[in-house]
Design a protein around this ligand. Structure first.
Ligand code: NDP
Ligand code: MG
Length: 382
């Protein structure tokens, strides 16, 4: 029985993970759950799954919370420190990292240091501090299994050969809601259009990241760390149907892919069941109906975020923390209609150029740069 801490239980990945736990009550148990502010939804989750601990990471909402709405057997805790303690503590063996943004970093690092299984959805953790996380995981024996669908596909395809036989990997991208559009057509697009993703239903931050293709940029950096690759071993192909989730090319030229309809419950389940495979909670591809798969090269001019992804994967060091923090704030400002579509990538590029680069930063240095980039992006004017 896996004892799971599901951090970010109220979000899109959290909700899909609850479905997986529901389908496998004999194998999976929720020991702890967290939300940031949504205590009502968290209380409902606790009534169904009866975890020992429920964490609300936004300390300041303590006075609003009606603790009697939680079941008697669940202890309610508050603040980011409670997240860190549960992620690093010995009452669970598996952490599902489903918090959005760099806010997930400290708990992921605690789980990595404690040698747990981490089912990692929170890609920002690796973008900000991939070097530190991978080192902590290697030292503790932590199993870091990707949940991001592309990285889950690569993790699965890599099992067809040896590490030294890999030539490159190819990340697929749906292209987002603006695939095939020109820069002139999307420069004035507001959040209402950018939030309409054609194939995936996800939280708002990653949905905007998909529209700029910053999501793919973050995934290039995530892949660089997870699979210990050079930036030039990572390619991107646009695949509108989101059926082929990514590919690995081996030195003999064979490409191995993983295919399934777009549904995050499959990669979440695999990250929990690995090295086993369990009965499906999702549909598989059905070839009794016509199924068309298209592939196009990405448009690096219309989606300049992609170039930033390759640059950060190449330079490493402090660049990931700056890119991520600038992007998080840029997305929230875009959602509030304070800046335009291309400003999001523009401010990220500007701060990458402006910051003081360091090739091997400490956690403290990364945290300070994260704060600096957030402040600069909040003050930034087009
Ligand atoms: P959501 O916005 O749907 O959910 C975010 C979760 O994190 C919620 O539980 C939220 O709590 C909590 N949260 C928000 N801010 C904080 C904070 N500052 N500190 C602690 N917890 C916080 O996001 P998604 O589920 O879409 O994405 C989660 C992660 O998974 C992201 O890193 C994303 O890139 C990645 N991912 C998501 C995919 C998807 O299909 N959604 C696919 C691949 C990767 P509350 O509800 O209280 O606000
Ligand atoms: Mg993805």
């Amino acid at each position: 029985m896996r004892q799971i801490a599901l951090l970010g239980a109220t979000g899109s990945i959290g909700t899909s993970c609850l479905d997986v736990v529901r389908a496998h009550p004999d194998r999976l148990r929720l020991q702890a759950v967290s939300a940031h502010r949504d205590w009502k939804k968290l209380a409902e989750i606790c009534h169904e799954f009866q975890p020992e601990i429920a964490i609300l990471s936004e300390e300041s909402i303590r006075s609003e919370v009606d603790e009697s709405s939680f079941p008697a057997g669940t202890q309610v805790q508050y603040g980011a420190e409670a997240l860190e303690q549960t992620a690093g503590g010995s009452d669970n063996d598996t952490v599902v990292a489903a918090i959005v943004g760099a806010a997930g970093l400290i708990s992921s690092l605690a789980a990595a240091r404690a040698g747990k299984r981490i089912a990692l959805a929170n890609k920002e953790t690796l973008v900000v501090a991939g070097g530190l996380i991978m080192q902590a995981a290697a030292e503790s024996g932590c199993e870091l299994i990707p949940v991001d669908s592309e990285h889950s596909a690569i993790f699965q395809a890599l099992q067809s050969g040896r590490a030294n036989e890999v030539r490159k990997i190819i990340l697929t991208s749906s292209g987002g809601p603006f695939r095939g559009k020109t820069a002139a057509e999307i420069e004035n697009a507001g959040p209402d259009l950018a939030l309409k993703h054609p194939t995936w239903s996800m939280g708002p931050k990653i949905t905007i990241d998909s529209a700029t293709m910053m999501n793919k940029a973050l995934e290039i950096i995530e892949a660089r760390w997870l699979f210990n690759l050079q930036a030039d071993q990572i390619g991107v192909v646009v695949h509108p149907q989101s059926i082929v989730h990514s590919l690995v090319e081996f030195m003999d030229g064979s490409q191995i892919a993983q295919l399934s309809p777009p549904d995050m419950r499959l990669p979440i389940q695999y990250a929990l069941s690995y090295p086993e495979r369990w009965e499906a909670v999702t549909e598989s591809c059905d070839y009794q109906k016509p199924l068309r798969l298209d592939f196009f090269p990405p448009d690096l001019e219309t989606f300049p975020a992609l170039g930033l992804g390759f640059e950060v994967a190449r330079r490493g060091g402090t660049t990931g923390a700056v890119l991520n923090a600038a992007n998080e704030i840029a997305v929230s400002r875009y959602l509030r209609r304070e800046i335009s579509f291309y400003d999001m990538t523009g401010v990220c590029r500007e701060l990458l150029e402006k910051h003081t680069y360091h090739p091997a930063p400490s956690l403290e240095e990364l945290t300070a740069l994260d704060q600096w980039a957030r402040k600069e992006t909040n003050l930034w004017q087009p």
